[in-house]
Structure formats: C-alpha cells, structure tokens
Design a protein around this ligand. Structure first.
Ligand code: ADP
Ligand code: ZN
Length: 751
C-alpha cells in the first residue's frame, strides 16, 4: 500500500494558514518551493509547497489532490520561502497575501500558473514616447474649448519628453488626446528603444577602488572578519554624510562574492538613481539585478529570472527587493536605514529594514544597516548589543561638514521684495554663491504653489469632497489638487462657501518658490524637482542638469535631500524647517532631525567648503539645534528621554489597527466593538502592561470618501502585542460588511 503524501501549500488568497493537499504519486518527487496547480473553491490556482504535512492524516476525502507540478526546479529558493512564512507570522498577515506582495505579480509567477519561461531575458523593447513640437513650445495655442487637451499640453510643455505609459497611469484616455494633439501638430509621438531596466544602459568603465581611510579600513576589517567566518551578525554603520559608507559596502560585497555567495542591497526609493547603480556597476560589472518601484510586473519578472536562472549574484533595489531570490545569500545591506520608504504602507505592512535583519539571520549572512542618522530603533539595538556598531566620524574627502546657520524667522519675517520665503540672510548668502559660479539647493517640503486657497471674506478653504484636507493650489498646470486622492478641480472664481470673489493663495509650495526665485535672481537658472515635475527617469534628467552646471538653483521637496553628491553645490537652504515638526506623530522630531542632517550633508562634498542655512520659527527646538551642530548624540539623548517616558519605540512596541468605511457610523461602531474585544482579552490573559489607546478618528479623518478610525496597542514586547491580537484575528479578517480593518505591526506612519 503506497503512502499518501500530504503537503502544506500556500495559496494566493487571504487565508491565514496554508492548506493541505495530497501530492499524487504520478507527480513524482517534489521539493519545498516548487509550485503546484491546486483546486480551490472551484478555481485552479498556483500554490507553493511549504513543507510536508506532519499532523494526523485526516479522513481522505476531505483532502484534495494537487493537479500538476508547474516546474522541475522550485520557483523560490527554500530559504526564501521559509523566510516569507516567518514574515507572515511576525506581521500576523496571511501567508497567501505575503506571497502575493513578495513575488513579481502578474503572468508567470502567480495566479495563472504559467510555467517559468526559462532563462532568456528579453533585453530590448520599444516604448511609446511623446514630446512637444517647437510650435507647441511657442505657446498661443488654438485649442478651442478643449480644456483637458490644454492642460495635457501644458504638462507636456513643462515636462518635455515623457513615456506614454507614464501618462496613462493618471489618465486612461490619454492616447486619444495625444493623437488629437499630434494631428494638430503640437506633439510628436515616437518609439524609442527601452532597456529591460533603465538602469542598465550603456556600459560603464570599471573604477579604481580608492585607498580606504583609516576609519573605513577598520569598518571593512570588522565586516570581512564576519564574512570570512560565515554566519549571521548584524552591524550598524553609523557614518556622517560623505564619510564613504558606499565604499565600505562595496568592499564587503566584493569579499562576499569571492566566496561565491550573493549580496542584496536595499536603498531608499529616491536614491535608486542611475548614479548610484553606476557605482555598483563600475565595481562589479553588469551582472546586477535592479528592482525599483516604477517597474512593470514583467520587468520585475525579468530581474527575478536574472537571479534565478543567470549567474547574477548581486541585487540592488527598493524595499520590495528584500524578497529578491538571491541565492546563497552572504550579505544584506540597508543603506540609509532610517528612511521611511522601507516601510510598506498598504496591504502587507512590512518594514524592509527589519525584514532584512531577519532574512540575513535565517540565511546565515551578515547584515549592515548604514546611516548618518540611525533610527532610534537601530541605535538602541547597537546600544544593547544586538547590532555591532561601526563608526565613521569623518568625511572621506578632506572636506569638513558644512557649517549650519539657523535663521530665526521670528526676527526675519520678510525678505527682499516683501516676500516671506527667502529671508535677507539667505538672500545675501545665495548672492555670494552665485557670484562665485557655484550652485545652490533649496529644500521646501510642500509641492504645489500654495498649500491652500483662503477666502478672505469668510475664512474658509476649498476642501476635497472625498478627503478631510484642504486642496492645494497649483499653477503649473493651474488647478486645485487633493494631495491625498489626486482629485483635480478648476480654480473657482468665487468662494464655494460664501460666494465672495476673495480667494487668495496662502503659504508657499515649491512652485511659488520657483517663481519667487526667478524674480529675486533674474539671471540665475532655476529649476524645480518634486513629484509634479518628475518621476523615474525625469528625476535623473533634472539631477543631471544640476551636475553638468545647467542649473544654478534647484528647489524641491524631499527628492533633493537624499544621497546625491554634487561637487559644485556649496549652499543648501532649508526654507521652512518647521513644516514637519508639528505633525501629530511621535517621530516628528526624529524625522526633522534626519531630514535637516541629510539636506545639510549635500553641501560642500568636494574641494569647496559648504554651508547650510535653516530658516525656522523654532530656533530653540532640540531637533533643529542638534542638526545645526551635527550632534547626533545630543539629539538622541533628548529624544530617548521622551520616548522612554511614554514607552514609545524603541522602548516599547506598537501595533496599529486601522478601520475604514464609507459609512461613518458603521466604522465607529466596529472600532468600538473591536476595542471591547481587546479589553476583554487583556483582562482574561492578565496583560496588565498592555495599553489600548483609542479608538479615535485618525488625524486625517477621511481619505477618498473613507472614514478612518484607529486603535493603537502599546506594550513592552512584540510577544505581548501578539498574544492580545491573536484572539481577535477573526474579527480583523471579517469584521462586518463594508468596514475594512488592517493590522500594522511596528507602524511608522501615525497619520
Ligand atoms: P556617504 O554614503 O557616507 O554619504 P559616499 O559613499 O557617497 O558617502 O562618499 C562620499 C564621497 O567620498 C564620494 O564622492 C566618494 O567617492 C568619496 N570617497 C569615499 N571613500 C573614499 C576614499 N577612501 N578616498 C577618497 N574618496 C572617497
Ligand atoms: Zn481627496
């Protein structure tokens, strides 16, 4: 009598547990990670073999047989699959949805169950692009009453050359409009060859590794010792901006590859520019897989196949790359580990920084978290010995850190011309820098022209009908835009509330800054960088113009603050340091400190000395004072005191439960019932040091027509949160019709 083989199989469905299937003898031998086609609710779906089922054999008829095997070699290395299972359990998120989030979605990896197409990776595709004609650039267009054509053309003239696919994301009908504009002679549509990932283009020459500084050598030595011995160890590489952390990563990767092991490098969203990838390519050649967020599922699939089927050992990418199938993983690096973009805020809420440590631990690999401003979590882990601390206190080049000057806006209320954006001291400093032919970066964390239109008659602001926020006034192209749902409206002539013709923009965003600069410095070449001008390759276009000296002043949002290295930028200005400081979020001060330190770090990176000027209404705030003195430890000391008192991370753990519904009463009621259940669990299990905060409306109480409530759990350990949450999981999965509940373990965003 042949034995029945039963396996636990993870299927892409919102089920917390794997399902058990029989593997019929005709399917032959099977391995962990292989994909099988299995029946589920009358459909056929792809499942992943997790592990043999070892429990009691239930009555045979309740278990269905798998239909077929989808491949001979497992699509997923078993190390990766086990890691995903563990991640699912840590975040208390269904394994099927974890797989769905982790794997390149779409055709050949999931759902349809197609077979791996083999090792060929298509290297060239063509892509439809569009650019405005000279006639369009001259302006004075005759477009009749076609408003949407006009606003599209305005966008195109502003952005220059764009991919049609990118435009389609915002407007499904854009193709018809483009054809119409082409017929009128305003735009030109053309095809351009597109590399499978835009970061591997023309080949780059190999670089000559520099002589390491003393500090770099010590760090590299410590890492290599671990790499030589093998096994897990987590490191925190705390190095000031410009201290040469990347060179340390490169040496450690080189050593790892020398042992035939693989490397995984995670970088923040915005840092993944060709400039950064080029540094890795010039050291290791083109055998790199690159994962960025703008990739289509097909492109992501190509990068997966590179790692699975070709001899590619190094993967570099944004947060989702933590799931890349690098084989025989020897090192995991998280650059700028404090960065918020490592946190996934939808669906499967994971933190790639934390998962990187878990993955390295399970793979027996070294892990390096690098930053000039480590998160309090990582700093504490170094303090308690969970991470080995490596420090780089000096810049790699001889240049000192920039001098940071605080400009007190309560004393310098209005600057030249009466405007309130550029104070007199910043204006003078800018003038001197421009005189010397050097460049300036200005940072303002608000896009658009003005954060709001205010009615001078009734004091009301036009608000988004679907979100509880005011609409941002944009001038390029003109309109009111909701920064939460993207809804766009025409600018009303009269106040929608009182009918008065008294609407005026208040406050300033990057678009206004751009026009103020043009007036203050008529001879300077000013450019703007934010999400409205730039996505993907456009960002690099603007940065390239800054590098080549075609831009004198670049003003922008967070995009200008990250990792860039521009030798001729000698002045950095922060226009409004307070913007983020007063958010209802316990990490507001930490974020402000990090941002100021990072942005100041952009100045004076080569032979020329740099300076930073920080305009603020809170010149005494500890985050601002510490950033101006480059004093990370002073900031951490003051911040840690407050966190410890309130038992916030890193001195306690949090889990957020977010509820949303179109029906306000329903969401309130459900939140109340969930809270009651949690209080019940707390009493029954005697979890006296668990705090249940809320339920309360979220700080932004409505987004896209969904009313939002939330509950926060706070406890000393992850385990206590887990014990409280486990009994209410059924409630979280299916609370009541029309209400959605999501669980966010270790939340980052408090809004
Ligand atoms: P970080 O990531 O720590 O801010 P980078 O890795 O970008 O710093 O390095 C800053 C600059 O110093 C870069 O231009 C880099 O090429 C240069 N650099 C790094 N290490 C050395 C070294 N050992 N000798 C000379 N220059 C170096
Ligand atoms: Zn909205």
């Amino acid at each position: 009598m042949s034995e029945t083989r039963l396996w636990n199989v993870a299927v892409p469905a919102p089920l917390r547990r794997a399902l058990t299937y029989e593997i019929p003898a005709v399917l032959g031998e099977v391995q962990v990670g292989q994909r099988v086609l299995v029946p589920l609710h009358g459909r056929r779906v792809t499942g992943y073999l997790l592990e043999p089922y070892t429990g009691l054999v239930p009555t045979a008829f309740s278990i269905k047989p798998a239909l077929s095997l989808l491949e001979d070699t497992p699509a997923l290395p078993s190390e990766l699959l086990r890691f995903l299972a563990e991640a699912s359990s840590y975040y208390m998120h269904p394994i099927g949805e974890v797989l769905r989030a982790a794997l390149p979605s779409g055709s050949d990896f999931m759902e349809k169950g197609g077979v791996l197409r083999g090792p060929q990776v298509k290297l060239h595709r063509s892509e439809a692009r569009v650019r405005p004609t000279a006639e369009a650039r001259r302006g004075g267009w005759d477009l009749g009453r076609a408003r949407s054509l006009r606003s599209l053309l305005e966008t195109l003239v502003e952005r220059g050359d764009v991919g049609v696919r990118q435009l389609r994301v915002a407007d499904k009908q854009v193709r018809q409009k483009l054809t119409r504009l082409a017929d009128l002679g305003f735009v030109e549509l053309y095809e351009a060859a597109e590399a499978p990932n835009p970061y591997i283009g023309a080949s780059v020459p190999r670089d000559e590794p520099p002589q390491l500084t003393g500090e770099q050598s010590s760090a590299v030595r410590a890492l290599c010792e671990r790499i030589d011995r093998g096994g897990y160890e987590g490191f925190l590489l705390h190095g000031v901006t410009g201290s040469g952390k990347t060179e340390v990563y490169l040496r450690a990767i080189e050593r790892t590859i020398g042992y035939g092991r693989g490397a995984l490098v995670l970088v923040p969203e915005i840092a993944l520019t060709p400039q950064l990838v080029t540094r890795y390519r010039s050291r290791f050649g083109d055998a790199l897989a690159v994962v960025h967020s703008a990739m289509t599922p097909r492109e992501r699939g190509d990068q997966w196949r590179l790692l699975r089927c070709a001899d590619v050992k190094v993967a570099i990418g944004v947060r989702s790359a933590v799931f890349a199938p690098v084989e025989n993983l020897g090192i995991v690096i998280v650059d700028e580990e404090h960065d918020g973009s490592f946190k996934q805020e939808r669906g499967f809420h994971y933190n790639a920084r934390d998962l990187a440590l878990l993955r390295a631990a399970r793979a027996g690999a070294a892990a390096v978290l690098g930053s000039a401003t480590p998160s309090l979590e990582s700093f504490r882990n170094a303090h308690t010995g969970k991470l080995t601390l490596l420090r780089l206190e000096k810049r790699a080049t001889a240049q000192a850190l920039p001098e940071v000057v605080i400009v007190d806006l309560t004393k310098h209320r209005s600057g030249p011309g009466g405007q309130q954006l550029i104070s007199q001291p910043l204006f003078s400093a800018m003038g001197q820098v421009l005189q010397r032919g050097e460049q300036i970066i200005l940072f303002l964390n608000r896009r658009g022209y003005s954060p709001a239109l205010l009615c001078r008659s009734c004091g009301k602001l036009p608000r988004c009908t679907a979100c509880a926020v005011s609409l941002t006034y944009h001038r390029k192209p003109v309109g009111l835009v909701c920064h939460y749902c993207g809804q766009r409206r025409e600018v009303p002539l009269h106040c929608p509330e009182c009918g008065a013709q008294a609407l005026e923009p208040v406050g300033a965003g990057t678009q206004k800054a751009e026009s103020v600069l043009a007036e203050l410095f008529p001879r300077a070449r000013v450019a703007r960088l934010d999400r409205d001008v730039a996505s993907g390759r456009d960002i690099e276009g603007v940065l390239e113009r800054l590098r080549s000296g075609e831009i004198d002043i670049l003003v922008g949002t967070q995009m200008v603050t990250k990792g860039h290295d521009f030798p001729n930028v000698t002045l950095v200005g922060v226009l409004a340091a307070d913007v983020g400081l007063h958010m209802p979020d316990f990490r507001a001060a930490e974020r402000t400190f990090q941002l100021l330190t990072q942005v100041a770090g952009r100045a004076g990176r080569s032979g020329k000395a740099g300076a930073a000027m920080v305009q603020t209404y809170s010149p005494e705030h500890p985050a601002i004072v510490a950033a101006s003195r480059h004093d990370y430890h002073a900031f951490v000391r003051s911040e840690a005191r407050f966190r410890e008192e309130l038992r916030y991370p890193p001195f306690g753990r949090l889990a957020a439960l977010r509820l949303s519904s179109a029906d306000e009463a329903k969401v309130e009621d459900t939140a109340g019932r969930l809270c009651a259940q949690l209080r019940d669990v707390k009493t029954k299990l005697g979890l006296s040091d668990l705090d249940i905060l809320g339920p309360a409306p979220a700080p932004i109480a409505m987004v896209q027509g969904q009313h939002r409530h939330r509950l926060l759990l706070r406890g000393p350990t992850h385990d206590i949160l887990r014990r409280a949450l486990e009994p209410v999981l059924p409630f979280i999965e299916g609370p009541s019709a029309g209400v959605r509940v999501s669980l966010d373990m270790d939340p980052v965003s408090m809004l």
